[in-house]
Design a protein around this ligand. Structure first.
Ligand code: APR
Length: 280
């Protein structure tokens, strides 16, 4: 349900009012929640967009259902589809987007309280966001290990296997277990850091939700952690989750880079944003 009542904190439910709120100096703690939609402009498909999403394009792997590619039980029986996909997703070939750089600007201006991302592409790190401000709720490709004995697997060997879409096995002779990046698969627990940091949303002055369908829990419950009087701004192609139902929710529907550029214009940060993005 969309709440069309008067806002409590903002002067009106618009990006200009959000910019005024930030410029007022009252905003010191911004929490940002992101999904695959902020990396599509980098050339990484998201998961659920009808035509271009990963799940619509896995037919060649003839999976029981698309999400099986990230299912731990399926991976144990057949790890090959994941490694075919990993070849397309592996970090190193992609460039952070305007949205990533905007989040980095928030941190350089001392306004970023916490970034919670579902993305495994490490583009937040590549954009220069301090790692202590990033919660990679679904892990990332940054590290990998044997799923049986947990022994870490060497990066260079991993890169080789991924480039050939080959399945890596544990280096310990009497183990030979399957190796998997530290990506959170379905039926796996999220990193404890996610649970340690959830409550930073309780003390936010502003929340930005960007490029996510909010289909996957427990991440999808994060926007509910934000107190109802705290403005929540959604930058997404379509309305998702409960966004729009709080008095100070602002819906910026459409391409997230376009929405972020509009906010940067209203803040007077646009030139700086474009320059930082070009320098990356
Ligand atoms: N600008 C704004 N929104 C966009 C853009 C864009 N350029 N591109 C895509 N979107 C939106 C889509 O409309 C959709 O609402 O981003 C959202 C992406 O949703 P998903 O594809 O479901 O991605 P995400 O929400 O990150 O998925 C969550 O699902 O498969 C698991 O673990 C995986 O982390 C992933 C989780």
């Amino acid at each position: 349900v969309v709440n069309d009542g008067p806002p409590v904190t903002l002067s009106e439910r618009s990006l200009d009012a959000v910019a005024d709120y930030i410029k007022s100096g009252k905003v010191r703690r911004i929490v940002v929640m992101t999904g695959a939609g902020i990396s599509t402009a980098a050339g990484i498909p998201d998961f659920r967009s009808p035509e271009t999403g990963l799940y619509a394009n896995l037919a060649k792997l003839n999976l029981p259902e698309p999400e099986a590619v990230f299912d731990l039980n399926f991976f144990k029986t057949n790890p090959k589809p994941f490694y075919v996909l990993a070849k397309d997703l592996y970090p190193g070939n992609f460039h952070p987007t305007i949205s990533h750089v905007f989040i980095r600007m928030l941190s350089t201006k001392g306004l970023l309280h916490q970034l919670y991302t579902q993305n495994i592409d490490c583009l937040e790190r590549a954009a220069g966001i301090p790692s202590e401000l990033i919660v990679e709720a679904h892990g990332s490709f940054a590290n990998q290990r044997c799923i049986d004995c947990k022994t870490a697997f060497p990066h260079d060997l991993m890169r080789e296997h991924i480039s050939r879409a080959e399945v890596p096995r544990c280096t310990r002779p009497n183990c030979k277990g399957l190796v998997k990046p530290d990506i959170v698969f379905f039926h796996e627990a999220l990193p404890s850091l996610f649970y340690d940091r959830i409550h930073m949303a309780d003390t936010a002055d502003l929340a930005l939700v960007m490029g996510t369908s909010l289909q996957v829990h427990p991440f999808a419950s994060l926007p509910e952690q934000v107190p109802t009087h705290v403005p929540r701004v959604l930058f997404n192609l379509e309305r998702v989750g409960s966004l729009g139902s709080h008095a100070d929710d602002v819906l910026v529907l459409g391409d997230c880079d376009t929405g972020v550029r509009k906010l940067a214009d209203a803040l007077g940060w646009r030139e700086e944003l474009e320059a930082e993005w070009r320098q990356l």
